[in-house]
Design a protein around this ligand. Structure first.
Ligand code: PGA
Length: 261
C-alpha cells in the first residue's frame, strides 16, 4: 500500500514572513500519517525549510533548471534547491508549460513560460541526480478532452518525461494528473474519471520504466481539490493523494484536506 502524499502548491503567493506564519499555523493542525510537502515560491523557500525543520513536512521548489550553474539569468538549479534544503520539486506544471485553466494570456505572453516535455525530462533527471523527488505534472486541456485525446496526451507526456530514467529512479518519483481545465477554475474532475486517468498515468509509467516502478511510484490528482471533495478523490484506488493549489494557502483548509488523506 502506497503512503498518501498531499502537496500544497503556493504558486506566486506568500512572502517569507507569510510562509513562516502559515507553517506555524499548520503544524499543530496536522493529523494522520500522510506525507506533506509545501511548495513555496523561491524567495520563501529558505524560510519554509527553516520553519519545517525537525518535522515530517517536506519542501519543494516549483521548478528547477537542469544545469547546476552557469550563465542562465533568472534560473534556479536543482543543485541550488537541494543546497537550500528542498526535498522535492514540482516540474511540468501546466502553468510553467504556459497553459492556464482560467487566466487566458495572449499567445505572445504564454511563450514566456515555454516549458516542454523535453525540458521536464532534463529537469527530472537533474532533480534525481541531486536527491530531490520530482513531482511531474501531466494533464490535458479542455479542447484536448473534448477531442477525446485525454489518454493519448497524458500517455505522451509521461513517456517523454520519463525517457532514459532508470526504473529504480522512476520508483522514487511522483506523478500528478492535473487536468488543465480543472486548475484554479473550481471545476473538479469527478472521482471516477480522476481515478481512471490516474490509472492511465500508472500504466504509462509501467510502459516507460518496467514493472517495478508503477507499484511504488505515487500518482496524485490535482485541480480544484477542496476539503469537501478530497475524501472522495483520495479514497480512489489509483489516487495516492493530491497536489493542491488555492486550498493550500490557508492552514485550516489545507489541514482538512491533509486529514482526508
Ligand atoms: P488548484 O491548483 O487547486 O488551485 O486548482 C492545483 C495546481 O495547480 O496544482
Amino acid at each position: 500500500m502506497r503512503k498518501k502524499l498531499v502537496a500544497g502548491n503556493w504558486k506566486m503567493y506568500k512572502s517569507a514572513g507569510e510562509a513562516r506564519d502559515m507553517v506555524a499555523a499548520l503544524l499543530p493542525l496536522l493529523s494522520g500519517d500522510a506525507d506533506v510537502v509545501l511548495c513555496p515560491p523561491y524567495l520563501a523557500l529558505p524560510a519554509t525549510v527553516e520553519a519545517c525543520a525537525g518535522t515530517k513536512v517536506g519542501v519543494a521548489g516549483q521548478d528547477a533548471f537542469w544545469l547546476d550553474e552557469g550563465a542562465y539569468t533568472s534560473q534556479v538549479s536543482a543543485a541550488m534547491l537541494k543546497a537550500a534544503g528542498a526535498t522535492h520539486c514540482v516540474l511540468g506544471h501546466s502553468e510553467t508549460r504556459g497553459r492556464f485553466g482560467s487566466a487566458d494570456l495572449p499567445a505572445s505572453q504564454v511563450a514566456a513560460f515555454a516549458e516542454t516535455d523535453e525540458t521536464v525530462n532534463l529537469k527530472a533527471r537533474a532533480c534525481l541526480r541531486h536527491g530531490l523527488v520530482p513531482i511531474v505534472c501531466v494533464g490535458e486541456t479542455e479542447a484536448e478532452r473534448e477531442e477525446g485525446r485525454t489518454d493519448a496526451v497524458v500517455q505522451g507526456q509521461v513517456a517523454r518525461a520519463l525517457q532514459d530514467i532508470e526504473p529504480t529512479d522512476v520508483a522514487r518519483m511522483v506523478l500528478a494528473y492535473e487536468p488543465v481545465w480543472a486548475i484554479g477554475t473550481g471545476k473538479t474532475c469527478g472521482p471516477d474519471e480522476a481515478n481512471r486517468v490516474c490509472g492511465v498515468v500508472r500504466k504509462a509509467v509501467a510502459r516507460a520504466a518496467g514493472d517495478a516502478a508503477p507499484g511504488a511510484c505515487r500518482v496524485l490528482y490535482g485541480g480544484s481539490v477542496k476539503p469537501d471533495n478530497a475524501g472522495a478523490l483520495f479514497s480512489q484506488t489509483e489516487i495516492d493523494g493530491g497536489l493542491v493549489g488555492g486550498a493550500s494557502l490557508d492552514a485550516q483548509t489545507f489541514a482538512r484536506i491533509i486529514a482526508a488523506a
